[in-house]
Design a protein around this ligand. Sequence first.
Ligand code: HEC
Length: 104
Amino acid sequence: MNNFNFVSGVLGALLMVNAQAQNFPAEQIKLGAETYARHCSPCHGARMKNPEGAFDLPTFPKDQKSRFLNSVGKGKNSMPPWEGLLKPEEIEALWAYVYTGDNN
Ligand code: HEC
């Protein structure tokens, strides 16, 4: 286990302790869906279907928000970093979209 995994494990555990029912405002999910369609769908598939080589986002663990923010912000392997390109509230909205799935 490297340090990064250790730190995100601890963060994840803390987040779980604090976990509350996640209720996202409809307009936040909508912003997330729009941001997703523009920037993420080329690799992760339209409406998170058919991710091909990229991560299958509907299976992303819901208790690992810190991992999501980190991977999206800093990038991961062949995924580019989005920090700087996207506003923090857009990345938060992407989490709301991924968390709730594309049921809206
Ligand atoms: C250029 C193609 C590409 C684009 C565009 C892209 N991704 Fe990815 N994404 C990938 C690939 C490839 C992986 C798998 C990385 C790995 O684990 O090696 C990935 C992995 C992920 C993961 C999982 C990271 C983890 O911790 O395992 C998340 C979450 C994610 N992407 C979200 C997004 C979001 C949100 C966007 C839009 C802002 C986006 N991606 C845009 C290619 C892309």
